[in-house]
Design a protein around this ligand. Sequence first.
Ligand SMILES: Nc1ncnc2c1ncn2[C@@H]1O[C@H](COP(=O)(O)OP(=O)(O)OP(=O)(O)O)[C@@H](O)[C@H]1O
Ligand SMILES: [Mg+2]
Length: 258
Amino acid sequence: MDDTLVQEKKTPVATDDEVVIRIEHLKKSFGDNEVLKDINLELHRGENIVVLGRSGQGKSVTIQCIAGLLEPDEGVLEVLGKEVKELSPDELRELRMKIGFLFQSGALYDSMTVRENLAFPLTRVLKMKDEADIEKRVKEVLESVGLEEAIDKLPSDLSGGMRKRVGLARTLILRPEIMLYDEPTTGLDPITSREISELIIKLQEKYETSSIIITHDMNCARIVADRIVVMNDGEYIATGTYDELAKSPDELINNFFK
Ligand SMILES: Nc1ncnc2c1ncn2[C@@H]1O[C@H](COP(=O)(O)OP(=O)(O)OP(=O)(O)O)[C@@H](O)[C@H]1O
Ligand SMILES: [Mg+2]
């Protein structure tokens, strides 16, 4: 990727005060395991928030609640102005289409070519039928992630970084307003991780998405975050820019930046 295209973020991209995700006092337990104790967060339109936290703290559980894959026990969870628990099944389906979820594994269909993997959500979710329209949209999104030449390949013929890009393309092809990334750079070498991090920003600008990005990769955090929140023991204990949190006197926080 052209290195001059995307550099580190200097200023937040967020242009207005519209809140696209509002979370207040969110709680979620599994039996005796109290995972989310008191989560509070506002994601603004156009903003990228990075969530840091040690393993098993409930970072994935939080975004699974946002995506409607898990039901919170208590608290406010508003997505695009709607309280999720008050939605009918049809309304929930409609809302889910506006949320893109990049799973850690990428989860591509191994027996389908890249073209078929990308066309699948268009025919299945959007019920698109016109072959030419589908092909146009597949090619446009592949171009966005810089993989036009891979259209006829199978996932097994692609590198880990390329598979991540196809996964990203498959999520973006539905043109979500909100993107949820669960460890987008895990398992990739540092250079490929950097490329994916830069791609996340480029796509945020192109598609005007608002994003929550879970990562353990501090280079990724530095590149993509407008704001970082640190999760510990079921709560978000700190929020700030990369530079602000790196200077925090709290050891639990500044340990992530060492
Ligand atoms: N569907 C589930 N049923 C029961 N327990 C679950 C479920 N999903 C997550 N948990 C538990 O919730 C806790 C938090 O899990 P979560 O996956 O959110 O951690 P995480 O912060 O994403 O960790 P990591 O950095 O390792 O991915 C763990 O104790 C986990 O066992
Ligand atoms: Mg996780």
